[in-house]
Every structure is written in C-alpha cells, then in structure tokens.
Write a protein of this length. Structure first.
Length: 134
C-alpha cells in the first residue's frame, strides 16, 4: 500500500500527531500486570493509532464523514485494513466488558498476544503515515 499521500492542513497534521501521541501513551500503559487494564490500554492504543491514520488521510479529512466510527473510516481508506478491523471489533466487546467491571475470561497469554498484535498494527500505521508517527 502506498504511503498516505496529499497535503494536510497544519490543523489536520496536529490532530493526527495528537492521536498518534495518545496511541503511544496508551500502548506504554498496556504493559501493566492487570489483564483488564492491559486490554483497555491496548485497545485504546489501537483505536488512537487508527484515528491518527484516518486524520492523516486527506480523502477522509476533507469530507465530513457521516460516521465517527474509526473502524468504518479506516475501512474507507483501504481494504488492506479489513482483517485488523474485524480483529479489533472483536476485542472491543471484551474491552467494554472489562471496562464495565464484568468478568472477562481472558488469560494473561491472550492479553499479551493482543498487546503484540496492537504493536504490529501500530508499526503498520507508522509505515503508512510516517509524518504522523515521527
């Protein structure tokens, strides 16, 4: 896939950079020992990384989307993200349950695997939008 092309306004660039900084922050928090907190922080890192990519994509930022669902917007960028979107949508329910304090049947190994998958996703985003992930 080509790198994100096009010229962003300074405001759009700043929004994308803020989203990326937030993704990095949440990813750093995901290394905690508490499985619930790790899942929440990992998911939020993925969400913010996707938001950074969406914010750095001129064809999305120049139009007013009918939705604010970052996974829907990411799908509009390219079909290359479909597997990631499905994967993170699955984890959204788990993250939501953990956030609400409900019982979540997730092992430490699964949480660690999720953390690594988020890292791989963030690496892909950084390759596509290096101007944001600098």
């Amino acid at each position: 896939m080509d790198k994100v092309a096009g010229k962003l306004s300074r405001a759009q660039q700043q929004e994308a950079e803020k989203a990326w900084a937030s993704a990095e922050h949440f990813y750093s928090l995901a290394t905690c020992d508490d499985i619930r907190d790790s899942i929440q922080a990992s998911y939020l890192a993925a969400l913010k990384a996707a938001g950074a990519l969406v914010a750095s994509t001129p064809k999305i930022t120049r139009t007013r989307p009918l939705t604010r669902d970052v996974w829907v917007l990411l799908a509009r960028i390219s079909d290359d993200w479909d597997e990631d979107i499905a994967y993170f949508r699955h984890w959204d329910g788990i993250r939501r349950d953990a956030e609400m304090g409900l019982t979540v049947a997730i092992t430490k190994e699964q949480a660690t695997s999720f953390f690594h998958k988020v890292g791989e996703f963030m690496d892909r985003v950084a390759q596509i939008a290096p101007n944001v992930a600098a």
